[in-house]
Design a protein around this ligand. Structure first.
Ligand code: WQD
Length: 336
C-alpha cells in the first residue's frame, strides 16, 4: 500500500512517516518546509533505514499534485499540511483561510480525478471550542471556535463530510488531536519551532536550555486543580501510531467518522512544568501572568471511541513526554 503524506516533514507528519515506514507502507511525501527543515527527510531515512519519495512543494500547487498522482499509485492520503499557530491565525486570517482551505480543496479535487478516495485528516480538539462538558466526546457540538486556525479545521471537516454525502465511496477519518508533545526516542526528530513558540512545551524547553529567560504562565485563576490551564497532552509517537490505525480503518471502506486522539488524562500547566523539572533534573523559571485571550480552562478527551473503532490507545506517560521533548532539543543542540 502507498500512502501520500502532505506535510510529512512537520512535527506530527514526520513521526507518522516513521511509523508508516516501520509498518512497511510505501510512502510519498509532499512538503514546502514552511514549518519544518529539509534535514528531516534524511533523519526519517536514518531512523527507519527505509527510502521514500519526496516532492518539495505546496499542496495548493495543482500541477504538482497531478504529477505526484501520475507518477505514484496512491492508495490513501494523510493530510497534515496546513498552518497551525492559533495566535498567528488571528493576526493573518486571510493567509490561514487561503492556505488551509485551498490546499485541501486542491488535494480533494486531484484525489477525486484519480479515483483516490481514502483520506485521514489532521483535525484538532480546537473544533470543540469551549466544550459543553468533560471529558470531551466526539458527539459534542463543534464549530464555536475562537480563532481562524480552529475555524479552518471546522470548515475542512465540513468540506470532507459534504464530499462523503455526495459520494459515499469516500472513506474519511477525522482525527481530533489534543495537545501533541514529546519526540521520537532517537532524538533525531521532534518539535523545535524557529521563532518564539506559541505552545507550552516548546516554550518550556527553550527556558530549560536558557534560550529564553522564563516561562509566562497564562493565568492561575481557572477552576482547575491549581488554577492553571488543564490540557490532554499526548506523546507524538502515540499520535503517529493512531494514524496507522486510521489508515487501516479507511482502507477497510468504513465511510466517514471522527476520533479523539488523546490520553484521557488532563494535566495543568504547573503539573507539566513540575514533571519536566523533576524528570529532567533541570530548572524552569516561571512567573504567573494574566490569562491568554481565547484560552479555555480545561480540555481533555474521552478516548473510548478510538479504542473501540480503531483499536488504538495511548501508551506513553507524562514522564516519557517531558523526557523525550528535552532529549530532542539537547540532541539537536549537540549536532548544531
Ligand atoms: C497549553 C496550555 C495555555 C504557552 C493549541 C491549539 C491546538 C494545538 C495545540 C496545533 C494553556 C498554557 C501556553 C505559554 C502558558 N495546535 N500556556 N504559557 O492552546 O491548548 O492548543 O495548540 O496543533 O489545536 O488550540 O496549546 O500549548 O498553546 O497551551 O501558560 O507560554 O499552556 O494557557 O493552558 P493549546 P498551548
Amino acid at each position: 500500500m502507498r500512502i501520500l503524506v502532505t506535510g510529512g516533514t512537520g512535527f506530527i507528519g514526520s513521526h507518522t512517516v516513521v511509523e508508516l515506514l516501520n509498518e512497511n507502507y510505501e510512502v510519498v511525501v509532499i512538503d514546502d518546509f514552511s514549518n519544518s527543515k529539509p534535514d528531516v527527510v534524511d533523519k526519517i531515512k536514518t531512523i527507519t533505514n527505509k527510502e521514500f519519495k519526496f516532492y518539495e512543494g505546496n499542496v495548493c500547487d495543482k500541477e504538482l499534485l497531478q504529477i505526484i498522482f501520475k507518477e505514484n499509485k496512491i492508495d490513501a492520503v494523510i493530510h497534515f499540511a496546513g498552518f497551525k499557530a492559533v495566535g498567528e491565525s488571528v493576526q493573518k486570517p486571510l493567509m490561514y483561510y487561503r492556505n488551509n482551505l485551498d490546499s485541501t480543496l486542491t488535494l480533494c479535487e486531484v484525489m477525486n480525478a484519480n479515483n483516490v478516495k481514502n483520506i485521514v485528516f489532521s483535525s484538532s480538539a480546537t473544533v470543540y471550542g469551549n466544550p459543553k462538558g468533560l471529558p470531551i466526546k466526539e458527539t459534542f457540538p463543534t464549530g464555536e471556535t475562537t480563532n481562524p486556525y480552529g475555524a479552518t479545521k471546522v470548515m475542512i471537516e465540513r468540506i470532507l463530510k459534504d464530499i462523503y454525502i455526495s459520494d459515499n465511496t469516500w472513506n474519511i477519518a477525522l482525527l481530533r488531536y489534543f495537545n501533541p508533545i514529546g519526540a521520537h526516542k532517537s532524538g533525531l526528530i521532534g518539535e523545535n519551532p524557529n521563532d518564539i513558540p506559541n505552545n507550552l512545551m516548546p516554550y518550556i524547553v527553550k527556558v530549560a536550555t536558557k534560550e529564553l529567560k522564563e516561562l509566562n504562565i497564562f493565568g492561575n485563576d481557572y477552576d482547575t486543580v491549581d488554577g492553571t490551564g488543564v490540557r490532554d497532552y499526548i506523546h507524538v509517537v502515540d499520535l503517529a501510531k493512531g494514524h496507522i490505525k486510521a489508515i487501516e480503518w479507511v482502507l477497510k471502506n468504513n465511510g466517514i467518522d471522527a476520533f479523539n486522539l488523546g490520553t484521557g488524562n488532563g494535566y495543568s500547566v504547573l503539573e507539566l512544568v513540575n514533571a519536566f523539572k523533576k524528570y529532567n533534573n533541570v530548572d524552569v523559571p516561571y512567573k504567573i501572568v494574566g490569562r491568554r485571550e481565547g484560552d479555555i480552562g480545561s480540555c481533555y478527551a474521552d478516548v473510548s471511541y478510538a479504542k473501540e473503532k480503531l483499536g488504538w490507545e495511548s501508551k506513553y506517560d507524562i514522564e516519557d513526554m517531558v523526557k523525550d521533548s528535552y532529549n530532542f532539543v539537547k540532541n539537536s543542540t549537540l549536532h548544531m
